[in-house]
Design a protein around this ligand. Structure first.
Ligand SMILES: Cc1cc2nc3c(=O)[nH]c(=O)nc-3n(C[C@H](O)[C@H](O)[C@H](O)COP(=O)(O)OP(=O)(O)OC[C@H]3O[C@@H](n4cnc5c(N)ncnc54)[C@H](O)[C@@H]3O)c2cc1C
Length: 391
């Protein structure tokens, strides 16, 4: 491998791939190319400690600069991969250079979705995906008096906990009838909603956003199709992400809801792998149905899987998905993947603030949601593992 491995994307997945390749003894060159400036960093604190200034920019870094020198990995930050020439096995970089590869890994992640409503381009309206977004929101929070989040998902609710901790007015708007409608069971979602309401967050559910209103170019609030307007001088749009799959699409790779890979995480070109938030893969537990998972665990475990294959040890990807979210004192951990129609059984006493919801498809455990109960979460991961073991 004279040219070695080129990785597009310097996020969690790209970083882990480089680290795991070297750990496994991979000796050929490794180059990480990412359009964000600087070194790979963690996103989870961006909606938690970073906004509270408990973590600074340096504290977000996955590893210090010396790490990349030590393991001999070149990181080309601030550089976009514009296209892939699959015949010549090289990528074209912004700035004009071409970079040849023996194996290419697409760790391109996902981008925050935006809204096509009037006023979406006003000042004071943000998304929260990258460090640059979080820096802008943090600066704005220092002057804001009322915050509205469009989207009652994990990022929206994590932000709500931070904002109420600062004593600012907080509104959460969603089209669904309850928060976290796609991601969580009804009992757990309602428990979290009650927590946020007790903290002073106001929910506007089953609500349609008509426009973001403004004065002098700056957001002043939200107009809903029905109901009273919501005053807010800082608006965060947190309505999910779209996978960054255009590069793969332009190169003629198979793309659906993200870059499609097989159980070895190979794309439709055997010289190109893909992983992380931007890739969809056959999920062993779901009978092989394609899923795209947005979590640190998924990015890390898929990177390890690809690194092992590139070092001559191919193993199909079959790991229990898990995820966490921190909302004030509520530490939620999830293992497995549930369908909205899966049954929910409560274990423990929700009134104690520490309980789990076990999800079942038929008589098969599909997922476990645990609140402030790390031991239950670890038990769940063990219990779910056999269902994912390759036959
Ligand atoms: C605010 C926030 C909070 C989160 N909290 C949690 C949490 O509590 N728990 C959890 O498990 N997960 C959490 N996540 C999700 C987790 O951070 C992601 O699942 C993870 O970062 C995915 O890593 P990735 O490398 O696949 O993608 P990304 O981190 O999106 O990295 C992809 C990188 O590729 C770059 N790129 C794309 N196209 C190109 C190109 N053509 N050329 C060069 N570079 C390119 C992108 O700019 C980006 O830098 C959170 C995410 C956010 C945004």
């Amino acid at each position: 491998m004279a040219h070695g491995v080129v990785v597009v994307g310097t996020g969690q997945a790209g970083f882990q791939l480089a680290a795991s390749l070297r750990e496994a003894g991979f000796a050929a060159p490794i180059t990480l190319v990412g359009d964000e400036p600087g070194l790979p960093y963690q996103r989870p604190p961006l909606s938690k400690g970073f906004l509270q200034a408990k973590v600074d920019d340096a504290g977000l870094l996955l590893r210090p600069p010396a790490f990349y020198e030590r393991i001999d990995v070149r990181v080309r930050g601030g550089t976009r991969v514009l296209s892939i020439d699959r015949m010549a096995r090289q990528v074209a970089l912004s700035g004009g250079a071409a970079l040849p590869y023996d194996h290419l890994v697409l760790a391109t992640g996902a981008a925050a979705r935006t809204l096509a409503v009037p006023g979406a381009d006003l000042q004071g309206v943000f998304v929260l995906r990258g460090l640059d977004d979080a820096q802008r929101i943090r600066a704005r929070l220092a002057q804001a008096s009322a915050v509205a989040v469009v989207g009652a998902g994990f990022i929206g609710l994590e932000l709500a906990a931070v904002v109420r901790g600062m004593g600012l007015a907080m509104h959460v708007i969603d089209t669904a009838a309850r928060p976290l409608a796609r991601a969580l069971s009804e009992p757990m979602a309602r428990h979290l909603q009650a927590f946020h309401e007790a903290q002073g967050t106001r929910f506007h559910l089953s609500a349609q956003l008509a426009a973001i209103e403004g004065a002098h170019g700056h957001a002043t609030g939200l107009r809903l199709r029905e109901g009273s307007p919501v005053a807010a001088d800082l608006v965060v749009v947190a309505v999910g992400v779209t996978p960054n799959d255009q590069l793969a699409r332009d190169a003629g790779l198979r793309v659906g809801n993200g870059i499609e890979v097989d159980e070895l995480l190979l794309t439709s070109d055997p010289a190109i792998s893909a992983l992380g938030d931007g890739a969809s893969f056959p999920f062993a537990f779901g009978g092989g149905a394609r899923v795209r998972i947005e979590s640190v665990q998924n990015a890390v475990d898929q990177a390890r899987c690809i690194a092992a294959r590139l070092c001559g040890q191919p193993v199909p990807y079959a790991k229990v998905p898990w995820f966490w979210s921190e909302q004030g004192p509520c530490r939620l951990q999830m293992a497995g993947l549930a369908e909205p129609s899966d049954r929910s059984d409560i274990e423990g006493d929700p009134a104690s603030g520490r309980f789990s919801v076990l999800r079942y498809r038929g008589d098969q455990l599909s997922a476990v949601e645990s609140l402030n109960d790390p031991a239950a979460h670890m038990r769940a991961r063990k219990a779910l593992a056999p269902a994912l073991a390759p036959a």
